[in-house]
Design a protein around this ligand. Structure first.
Ligand SMILES: Cc1cc2nc3c(=O)[nH]c(=O)nc-3n(C[C@H](O)[C@H](O)[C@H](O)COP(=O)(O)OP(=O)(O)OC[C@H]3O[C@@H](n4cnc5c(N)ncnc54)[C@H](O)[C@@H]3O)c2cc1C
Length: 381
């Protein structure tokens, strides 16, 4: 069945999603020589933004991506952390090339997609994937609202709301308690902002089982929000209270809500000719909620493996080689983060960690492993 009245298109690799995972998957596949189509239900790549837009430079460097002026907005020295009682700890990041930036995420995602298009990938927007195409029990592509796309490999880069994995038979459903809920405002008029630090505030009062943030986007603008889990009130309630206390002078220019999976990554992200990357495979740092680097890295690896499979005529089992590749790169880090997330749920443990860490605040390389493990291992924020 290929969709009776739908137009048909054929390619080697179809990627569902134009986020950081899909951008890198379509780049990896197209650069590897595969005829690639990347689709998204959105009408504009990257918009609307559901992100605090913090990113470490390490992954960009590893993937050979030069920060560009139009999307690398703020050059960050490190994290400015506050304990539940208000104790401050600056964790400066050294060396400089492991530092963080704050993104213009729309321009960033467009940059990633442009790189894929330059390698020959084709982009289809306003096209939600609605299911898999199957023939004789085998997956032969995807169906969108506009067409049937026949493909040898399907890469699900469709984020936390992923359906591609479920359609293919992978267990991707998350329990409600395994989600963090986020609410964030972008605020202008923050003239007293220290724009060289990512401010992070802990405490069950401010953000139950999560944290609150102020991520500067420029001299007087910032993303200000909270991540909470299993909280009594919706995330917006905590974001509004935090802003009333911390940045009451701010003028909102944007508001967003979103969810983050707080689970270990899936054990197996490949089923037959369907591969999952990034949030779709729960490849998120459970301690910080950061998922852009993992989505980019796993997207690139999946795209590369998919291209090898189609261009070299390798057996279907070759797609499974993606599993050890992504596991070697991100699984250990993410499982570590998963174990350490509960530190943030306990104000007393946090206070103890802050007390221990204080004298070492400017020497990140020898700061207590406690904090490094908890927040910025390999700056994989
Ligand atoms: C409020 C908030 C703040 C965050 N802040 C940070 C941060 O500062 N740093 C960080 O590293 N991470 C952050 N994250 C997490 C980060 O945004 C995600 O981990 C990252 O976007 C995952 O990338 P992805 O490509 O896997 O999925 P996504 O970026 O979610 O992309 C999925 C894409 O698939 C498309 N799609 C979904 N379903 C379909 C369909 N059926 N058909 C077609 N297209 C479809 C979507 O439209 C979307 O474009 C934050 C998340 C939230 C909610």
């Amino acid at each position: 069945m290929t969709g009776e009245s739908l137009r048909e298109e054929t390619c080697d690799v179809v990627v569902v999603g134009t986020g950081p995972g899909g951008g890198m998957a379509s780049f990896g596949a197209a650069a590897g020589g595969a005829k690639t189509i990347v689709i998204d239900k959105k009408s504009v790549v990257g918009a609307p933004v559901r992100c605090a837009e913090g990113l470490g430079l390490l992954t960009l460097g590893e993937l050979g991506i030069e920060p560009q002026r139009n999307w690398a907005l703020a050059d960050i020295r490190g994290f400015r952390l506050f304990s539940p009682s208000g104790r401050k700890l600056d964790l400066a990041i050294r060396p400089k090339d492991l530092r963080l930036i704050v993104l213009d995420r729309v321009a960033f995602e467009q940059h990633l997609i442009d790189r894929a298009l330059k390698e020959g990938a084709k982009l289809r927007l306003e096209e939600p994937a609605t299911g898999l195409l199957r023939e004789d029990g085998k997956v032969v592509g995807i169906r969108t609202t506009k067409r049937a796309i026949r493909a040898k490999v399907i890469i699900g880069a469709d984020g936390i709301e992923s359906r591609v994995g479920t359609w293919a038979g992978l267990h991707t459903a998350l329990k409600l308690r395994d989600h963090a809920a986020c609410a964030q405002y972008t605020l202008d008029g923050l003239d007293d902002l220290d724009h060289e630090w990512l401010e992070v505030r802990f405490g069950q009062r401010i953000a139950p089982r999560g944290y609150a943030w102020v991520f500067p986007k420029g001299a007087s603008s910032a993303n200000v929000g909270v991540m909470v889990s299993n909280a009594e009130h919706p995330a917006k309630h905590y974001a509004d209270s935090f802003i009333a206390e911390r940045t009451p002078q701010g003028r909102p220019t944007n508001f967003t809500v979103g969810c983050i999976p707080l689970v270990k990554p899936m054990a197996d992200a490949v089923i037959e000719n369907v591969m999952l990357v990034g949030d779709a495979a729960h490849m998120v740092n459970s301690a910080t909620g950061g998922g852009i680097p993992n989505a980019m890295m796993t997207g690139f690896l999946a795209g590369k493996v998919a291209a090898e499979y189609v261009t070299k005529g390798l057996p279907l089992s070759h797609l499974k080689t993606y599993n050890p590749l992504w596991q070697e790169r991100v699984k250990g880090i993410l499982e570590d983060k998963y174990r350490s997330k509960e530190i943030m749920w306990d104000d007393q443990r946090l206070e103890r960690a802050f007390r221990k860490a204080r004298p070492l605040q400017y020497l990140l390389p020898i700061a207590p492993r406690y904090f490094i493990k908890m927040l910025i291992r390999e700056t994989n924020f």
